[in-house]
Design a protein. Structure first.
Length: 135
């Protein structure tokens, strides 16, 4: 079961998911700190989702990006154990939540291996991200 965590409950859940999210954050360009993510989930600017089994198995964070032409549901971070076992559940949740908020796409950035993991559930590599630090 994947549970959406309400803003007022984020503090209670945070110790159970922080490690998963920190691990995912290591692959970012540093746009957010873990505290930025936590505070955005508390203020409901982002959404925290927790995969539960006998214990917490993972977590992900989403944000609705509102553009002039369409809305996108953006997966900001995703981390956890045995994601292949709960991938389809996460995908169904993302689709339902996205539809509920008038989003036309789910968008996520990830390492190359994500392409193989997501291809059979209709995710397509649309672009590649290139980044260079400005010195």
């Amino acid at each position: 079961m994947i549970e959406g965590i309400k803003g007022e409950s984020v503090e209670v859940w945070w110790p159970l998911v922080e490690e998963y999210l920190n691990t995912a954050l290591e692959y970012s360009l540093g746009e957010y700190s873990i505290d930025n993510i936590k505070n955005a989930c508390i203020s409901k600017d982002m959404q925290l989702w927790v995969k539960l089994g006998k214990q917490t198995k993972g977590a992900f964070v989403t944000k609705i990006a509102r553009y002039p032409q369409k809305n996108l549901l953006v997966v900001i971070l995703l981390g956890g154990d045995e994601f292949g076992e709960w991938r389809d559940e996460a995908d169904a949740l993302l689709n339902a939540f996205g539809k509920q908020h008038n989003c036309e796409y789910v968008e996520l950035f990830g390492r190359k291996g994500w392409g193989k993991m997501l291809k059979d559930i209709d995710y397509k590599e649309v672009t590649r991200l290139f980044a260079k630090e400005i010195k």
